[in-house]
Design a protein around this ligand. Structure first.
Ligand code: NAD
Length: 479
């Protein structure tokens, strides 16, 4: 059986298909999934276009009920779908279940938001004239998503898109179609009319390229790497489309002499190599001041060595596998680069052979790192965390800000003065104090600065900015 695409309310065969392999056990085939061609992508866009006028004008109650239905089913099936997620992507089961829970909560949140699409009334400076500002749907939106949060990211793009009255074409990552398919299956039973939501699985270049280039896609929300993001942005903006993008990170975590060491180690390890380092917000650059640096490096190394790498579904595993062989090659390449640059691999970094054949790698702490080294400047997206020494707070802040990527940042300190100063002067889009840089709520704005992001914020009520277009209306009452 092949899991099909969903176009105009119909499950649709495709010319091609791809095999979805469990990275924890390469003999376990999760399923075969349809690969759309350009024609199917065009059909999906056409269906979304045709469904737009009616959906734009639907009662907010219908939208709220449908989104609530989706959220309720995701939450009810979190254990089953969390297991599927862990099989497909490789994050450990508690994280898989946690991610499905998050997706359910996101739909529940936007079910309520569908009822709160408020405008505003402004008094005109001219007597007798009324001005009101409305927020209308943008139109057909394309959603392109990465593999590392295979249901949370499709959820946090799809739910606001639908809540605010847009129609959708979703293209998930090639590596993780199962979660997008499972979400689509629930959406298909939610009461949402045909054509309003469409799923086209398949190649980034072909299907994603078609969504980016099509003049019939009004807005495109993308999450993925900086390199792909650039290609997508150029295609969308060149034709006058609206783009929103969340991309790579190399988030710093500053640890000052006065930090609580135990908490700093938990943040430094828990926010980096855990989840196999496959989070955009991971704190992969630890910047410590001299009074704590040596102790921190030693304690991080001890904590990292104790982490158990294993099959994502085994209870004893702290860390699952790397997602695929290509990502493993990237990780191994950067370990070698770090060595050649003169950094010290304190622990880990090697590929592991375990009972199941999978893409296993021991998480690595890299000491004696500096901010000019390639493995520190470039996003690896694997279980590798580098530790740098700074002279003092100002130097640490300067190093933290010395990056093209500025998604998230953090500081561990007991000093209110430094915490407040860091919140003001960090150049990142999100700042954490005494917390890992990874781990954000679903009801507040999410996003970075510099090359990490483009356009307005995702999540919470901030999503309204991207998924609606404002209209200013004037009235002069004549009688
Ligand atoms: P990727 O850029 O390789 O792929 C992302 C998506 O783009 C996939 O669906 C892919 O098929 C599609 N794509 C590929 N080529 C395309 C093209 N030419 N035109 C249109 N679409 C195309 O990223 P990935 O490997 O799936 O994900 C990992 C990256 O995502 C990391 O850089 C990570 O930091 C980033 N990420 C960022 C966030 C965030 O919110 N900032 C969240 C998760 C992941």
């Amino acid at each position: 059986m092949t899991f099909k695409n969903f176009i105009d309310g119909q499950w649709t065969d495709a010319a091609g298909q791809s095999e979805n392999v469990n990275p924890s056990d390469l003999t376990d085939i999760v399923g075969h999934y349809a690969s759309a061609d350009v024609q199917q992508a065009e059909d999906a866009i056409q269906a979304a276009r045709a469904a737009l006028p009616a959906w734009r004008d639907t009662s907010p109650q219908l939208r709220a009920d449908a989104l609530d239905f989706i959220g309720t089913e995701l939450l009810a099936r979190r254990a089953e779908l969390g297991k599927l997620l862990s099989r497909e992507e490789g994050k450990i089961l508690t994280e898989g279940i946690g991610e499905v829970t998050r997706a359910g909560q996101v739909f529940k949140f936007y079910a309520q938001e569908a009822l709160r699409i408020a405008g505003s009334h402004i008094r005109s400076v001219r007597p007798g004239i009324h001005v009101d500002v409305r927020h209308e749907p943008v139109g057909v939106v394309g959603l392109i998503t990465p593999w590392n949060f295979p249901i949370a990211i499709p959820a946090w793009k799809t739910a606001p898109a639908l809540a605010y009255g847009n129609t959708v074409v979703l293209k998930p990552a090639e590596l993780t179609p199962a979660m997008a398919w499972a979400l689509t299956d629930i959406i298909s039973r939610s009461g949402i009319p045909s054509g309003v939501f469409n799923l086209v699985m398949g190649s980034g270049r072909k299907v994603g390229g078609c969504l980016s280039a099509s003049p019939h896609v009004d807005a495109l929300s993308f999450t993925g790497s900086v390199a792909t993001g650039r290609i997508v942005r150029e295609a969308v903006t060149a034709r006058g489309g609206r783009a929103q993008q969340e991309m790579g990170g190399k988030s710093p975590l500053v640890v000052l002499d006065d930090a609580d060491l135990e908490n700093a180690v938990s943040c430094a390890i828990g926010g980096s190599v855990v989840s196999t380092g496959q989070r955009c917000t991971s704190n992969t650059r630890i910047i410590a001041t001299p009074g704590i640096h040596d102790q921190l490096l030693e304690a991080m190394t001890t904590r990292c060595r104790a982490l158990r790498v294993g099959h994502a579904l085994e209870e004893t595993s702290d860390l699952g596998p790397v997602v695929d062989s290509r990502q493993m090659e990237v990780n191994q390449k950067y370990i070698e680069i770090a060595r050649q640059e003169g950094a010290e691999i304190m622990c880990g970094g090697e590929q592991l052979e375990l009972a199941h054949e999978g893409h296993y790698m021991a998480p690595a702490v890299v000491g004696r790192a500096s901010n000019s080294m390639r493995h520190v400047r470039e996003e690896i997206f694997g279980p590798v965390v580098s530790v740098l020494k700074a002279e003092d707070y100002d130097h640490a802040l300067a190093l933290a800000n010395d990056s093209d990527l500025a998604l998230s940042s953090g500081i561990c300190t007991k000093s209110l003065r430094y915490a407040e100063d860091f919140k003001s002067r960090s150049e990142a889009g999100m700042v954490m104090v005494n917390l890992p840089t990874a781990g954000v709520d679903y009801h507040v704005p999410f996003g970075g600065r510099k090359s990490s992001s483009f356009g307005s914020r995702e999540q919470g009520t901030a999503a309204r900015e991207f998924f609606t277009s404002s209209k200013t209306c004037y009235t002069l009452p004549l009688s």
